[in-house]
Design a protein. Structure first.
Length: 271
């Protein structure tokens, strides 16, 4: 699978705020980390932008300046050689790095790294403490190079981890324990608790089977995307109520949940 590479002209159209000067209401102490410079550095090392998103306000500031010119934006990068290596070994996943930035003073510069599974819409699937997560306040230039090298090394380690999961068949009792431990990450202490059969339900052809990798992906989708049935029993009224869990929207929470999920997988399946 080969993603379409976005040119600089494409990026200027999709995320115009990335190419504006920093917001005029900021002091000289604030020195925006340039998305344009980071993109150029990533390209020079084989990491090409393949997806870009801009979100934020369309309103004007109190001084009449259009705040939409300084919106929060994201750029996804992929590496053709590393992606092909992973597809050959694993079959359904690719590594990506994601830049998160703005020049309005509202957010710190961030870089996230993870492994994305092609058959699902969740996005990031393997995310542990070593995958790479960088957060830096806007104080000028930023050297991305050592972080790229760390991510490449960690990606290769996680290829072996995924292969291990693909080669382990999980019996029903282990699947149930894994699902329960995973749901406790998000729902511990909640009034409504997930129905485990709903958590383990197969939602797409690519998730059929009982090996550790597809089971982990089914559970991860339930954890992040929601759509599973949760229930609460009112003991006084002797009534049971059900509702669907929603999707996790926060990138910070998605990363946190994924890190905790793969710690559980390591403990129950790969230990």
């Amino acid at each position: 699978m080969k993603n379409q590479i976005l040119t600089n002209d494409n990026l200027r159209q999709i995320i115009p705020s990335a190419y504006n000067d920093q917001a005029p209401w900021l002091t000289n102490k604030y020195q925006a980390i340039s998305t344009e410079n980071i993109v150029d550095e990533m390209r020079s090392r084989g990491w090409n932008p393949t997806k870009a998103i801009e979100t934020g306000t369309k309103q004007n500031g109190s001084n009449g300046t259009a705040k939409k010119h300084y919106n929060f934006h994201m750029v996804h990068f992929s590496h053709e050689t590393l992606s092909q290596e992973m597809l050959t070994k694993v079959g359904d996943s690719v590594p990506e790095m994601v830049l998160i930035n703005s020049n309005n003073g509202a957010r710190a510069f961030r870089f996230e790294a993870g492994i994305f599974r092609l058959v699902c819409s969740n996005g990031m699937i393997v995310k542990d403490k070593d995958m790479g997560s960088i957060r830096q306040v806007h104080m000028g230039e930023f050297d991305i190079v050592p972080h790229i090298e760390q991510f490449v090394n960690t990606t290769r380690k996680n290829m072996d981890r995924i292969i291990q999961l693909q080669n382990v068949e999980l019996d029903k009792s282990v699947q149930i324990e894994l699902a329960q431990r995973a749901m406790d990450i998000r729902f511990s202490g909640s009034k409504y608790q997930p129905i485990i059969d709903s958590v383990l339900k197969v939602r797409r052809q690519g998730d059929v089977g009982n090996n550790g990798w597809v089971v982990t992906n089914r559970i991860q989708e339930s954890l992040i995307r929601g759509g599973i049935t949760t229930q609460f029993t009112d003991e006084k009224k002797k009534e049971t109520f059900e509702r669907q869990a929603g999707e996790v929207k926060s990138l910070r929470m998605i990363n946190e949940y994924n890190q905790k999920l793969f710690s559980v997988v390591d403990e129950l399946v790969l230990a």
